[in-house]
Every structure is written in C-alpha cells, then in structure tokens.
Design a protein around this ligand. Structure first.
Ligand SMILES: Nc1ncnc2c1ncn2[C@@H]1O[C@H](COP(=O)(O)OP(=O)(O)OP(=O)(O)O)[C@@H](O)[C@H]1O
Ligand SMILES: [Mg+2]
Length: 452
C-alpha cells in the first residue's frame, strides 16, 4: 500500500494527518497530500558487517579547489562569484517572460562549444527552442535538446552530459509520486534527485524556477535550501533593462548584481551602467536627488525621484518603488518632527530610477533630500550627490564604503557631495578634487542643499 503524508505548501512541514492550520508556519489550509517516496534500500559493505562513516580531522581534509568555467556572459559570471562551479546547482527564478529561457539558452550555447550540454525543455517544444536560438544568432552544433517532462525518462540523458539546463523545475515530474507536476512534493522530489546526480557525477545543473505572485520562488522553501546558488532575474516586462540578483550563493557574495539589456538579438551584459539609473533631466525638476548606491562590489549612481500631491481625503498615501516603504515612512516622520517639514497632508510617491532596489541605509539622506526638494519645490543642483544613514533623532550616521562612494561621484563628474561627518577622515584625500560637505544632522543637509 502506498503511504501518504501531508506537506505544508508554505514551509514544507510534514504531518501524518491533515490539519487545517500548519503548526509550523501558522498558515491556514496549506497542507496538501503527498505520496511518501519509498526509502532507498540500505547498502552494506559486507554481510553482517555494517559500514559506518568515519569522521576526518579538519587538518587532514583535502583542499578541494572549485573549478570555475566562464558562462560566456561576463555579468552572469560576476553574479555567480567568478564563473560556474562544476557540479553545482543553480536556480534562476523570475517573472514570466522576463528572459530566463533566453539567458540559459545563451549560456548553454556558449558551453556547448567545448562541453557536452543538454537542454531539457519541459515547457517548450524543441522547434521553439531552435527558433529562439536562431533569433539569438546561435548555432551550437554540440547542444543537445530534449523535450521531456518525466524526469525518470530524462535521467539516462543527464548522465552523458556535463552541463544540464532544466526549463523548468515546475514543469517536470517523477512517476514515484502521484501528485501533478509543479506541486510541492514533485518540485522537492525532482530537485533532490537532481542534487544527488549533480553531487555524485559532478554534473552542473541550471534550473529555471517560476515565481509566485508575491515574487518569491514557487514551491517549497527546501527548494532554495537544496540549491547551491539562487538567482533572481528581475525587471519590468516593458523595460529593456533586467537585473540579475543573487540571493544565495555557496561560492560567492550574495550582494552581486548583474545588469542586462534585452533586445531582439539576445541578452547582453551591460558593463557601462554608470548613467543607467540617472535621468537626463535631473536638476530641472524638484523632488529628485542622486546617491551613490553600493551593491556587491559595485557602486552606482542612482537617482531617487519623489512626487508630492495634496491628500484629497482621508489618510495620506505613501508609495515606494525601490526603497523599503517602512524606511520611507520613518524618514517622513523624521523630516516632520526634526526639521519641521509639513508632510502630514501630502500624498508621497517615491521611485528609484531604472528599477533598481536600494536596500542599504545609505540612501536615507538622499531620500530626505529628495523629499525636502519636492516639498520646497526647489530642484537640487544636478552636480550634487548625497549619501548617509539617518537616525530617528535626525542625526546623520556614517556608512560603509564612503571612500568608494565619493570616488564614484568624482568619476561620474559630480562637483559636490554631501555625506556623513563621521566619514570625514575617510574622504580627506578627495579634497580639492570635489567639494566635500560633511553634515551631522538632516537639517544641516537641507541647509547645504538649498543655500539660499
Ligand atoms: N521575436 C522576438 N523579438 C524580440 N524579442 C522577443 C521575441 N520573442 C521573444 N522576445 C523577448 O523575449 C522575452 C521572453 O523570453 P523568455 O522566453 O526567455 O522568457 P522566460 O522568462 O523564459 O518566460 P517563461 O516564464 O514564459 O518561460 C519576451 O518578453 C520578449 O521580450
Ligand atoms: Mg521560458
């Protein structure tokens, strides 16, 4: 008889019987029935002599050097931490149509020049993949295509390859479970099986993953735990620029981002991203400020735009794209209370240009500058950049990489930089090259931005 269990679709909690509420994550009606896969038979070294795993002293562990291979796309290599690591599992998640298949087709075609590569397309037919490859101008003879949704049937083909692309993990299924493809159990079982193949055979897997409406990877949380590297491909469908972000990486920093441009001819890494997140008309309209944002090993100048409109009725509205909404609300409160800016009756909208996400506190001061500019209806000089963290008392706190940020401002032709006084000694070497304005309080910053 087949044994079944109930698995929480949110957190992966398992229970032998159905429960209305998951005791682990507290969500309601998330437990779904799954078939328990038969446990693998125990192997023994000899009859009657059970084999035990032997621990090894740390000093005697052999150093394994990760072999890295270039993916052929420089930006992707950067996000992966210097290239593809052999035998690793890389998951690429993203919204529908963002370009996951396009990116991985390019990678597969590049790798196929020297390696055995298999593209398992469970979502599209082989002719669709060929059509895409032709549109991208790729003609890799060595690339093998397989149109198969059953993982059990595809396993044989995996063993002959060095690199495998599975498009997508939600579309494949294994016959050992009776649930449909894309269900929690199937996704987990398929991913676990691929991991076993990857680790035992040294085959590198690229998996495409779908995301839910909320923007997180569809399927159980364990899917992310199994992976060595989890990447998110982000960007508006109507915009050409896409951002590849690493959220988990066992072989590199998770702070890295890659910037790509999507065209009809393919996807290209953007190396000159310097003015990607700045508008040409900055400095003309009130409400915008520029900050040097630090993501991974890169510093980029990002323009923050704000708009204020008188609240028509009820509570004022606050909306934020690219900056955490809670952060924006705190900064509005600081400006109201510590600087006397009347923002309580204004609807406030904020947008970080180019679809980038500023997750670090160093953008606080620029948000304040943009809000002050919008409130006073005075534009900020286009050659002024602002950075620094803002505390609840209205003080400006020091931030990391101050030297790097000022250097980026200088490189991008900015003439003046307003920054935390705490970082003054890091930036002394730029004296004479760029006007340095150290500030200790937000009110001081407002005074320096609008001298008149
Ligand atoms: N003929 C074409 N010319 C130009 N661009 C195209 C063409 N066909 C597709 N595209 C671009 O490619 C994108 C789709 O890329 P792709 O199929 O790689 O996305 P995906 O993330 O794999 O989507 P899905 O989730 O549906 O698998 C479209 O959004 C579109 O911008
Ligand atoms: Mg696709």
């Amino acid at each position: 008889m087949n044994k079944t269990q109930f698995v929480c679709a949110e957190c992966g909690y398992t229970s032998p019987k159905w429960l209305g509420r998951c005791p682990d994550c507290g969500k309601f009606n998330t437990l779904v029935e799954e078939q328990v896969a038969p446990a693998p038979a125990k192997t023994r070294a000899g009859a009657g002599a059970p084999s035990f795993s032997k621990p090894v002293p740390l000093s005697q562990v052999k150093y394994e050097k990760y072999e890295r291979v270039s993916s052929g796309i420089g930006e992707l290599d950067v996000v992966l931490g210097g290239g593809i690591v052999r035998g690793s599992l890389v998951l690429v998640g993203g919204d529908p149509g963002v370009g996951k298949s396009t990116l991985l087709t390019e990678v597969a075609a590049h790798l196929a020049k020297e390696h055995k590569v298999l593209y398992l397309s469970a979502e599209e037919s082989c002719s669709q993949v060929k059509l895409r490859a032709e549109r991208l101008g790729l003609n890799p003879d060595g690339l093998l295509l397989l149109n198969e949704t059953c993982l059990d049937n595809a396993e044989e083909a995996f063993l002959g390859a060095e690199y495998v692309v599975v498009d997508s993990i939600q579309a494949v299924y294994t016959e050992s479970l009776s649930s449909s493809a894309g269900s929690v159990g199937q996704v987990r079982e398929c991913a676990t099986r691929l991991m076993r193949i990857a680790k035992s055979r040294g085959i590198t897997f690229f998996l495409v993953g779908h995301v839910t409406k909320e923007g997180t990877l569809a399927g159980p949380k364990v899917l992310e735990h199994i992976m060595d590297t989890v990447l998110y491909f982000e960007g508006e469908r109507t915009e050409n620029f896409k951002i590849l972000r690493s959220v988990k990486n066992r072989f590199g920093s998770v702070q890295e981002v890659g910037v790509f441009e999507m065209t009809g001819e393919g996807i290209f890494g953007v190396t000159d991203y310097s003015d990607l997140f700045l508008s040409d008309s900055r400095g003309e309209a009130a409400g915008s400020a520029v900050t040097p944002g630090e993501t991974g090993n890169r510093c980029m100048m990002v323009e923050i735009q704000t708009l204020m409109a008188k609240t028509a009725y009820g509570l004022p509205r606050r909306m934020s794209l690219g900056v955490d909404l809670n952060r924006l609300i705190v900064l509005i409160a600081v400006l109201e209370k510590r600087c006397g800016l009347p923002l309580g009756t204004q609807d406030i909208y904020l947008n970080a240009m180019g679809g980038i996400r500023l997750n670090e506190p160093s953008a606080d001061l620029a948000v304040c500058a943009a809000l002050a500019s919008a409130e006073r209806m005075i534009p900020i000089d286009r050659e002024t950049a602002v950075f620094g963290e803002v505390g609840l008392t209205g003080e400006v706190r020091g931030v990391d990489f101050a030297e790097k940020r000022v250097n980026e401002c200088l490189k991008m032709g900015f003439k003046r930089v307003i920054f935390p006084a705490k970082n003054k000694k890091h930036c002394e070497k730029f004296k004479g090259k760029i006007e340095l304005v150290p500030v200790s309080y937000v009110s001081e910053m407002i005074k320096s931005v609008f001298p008149s």
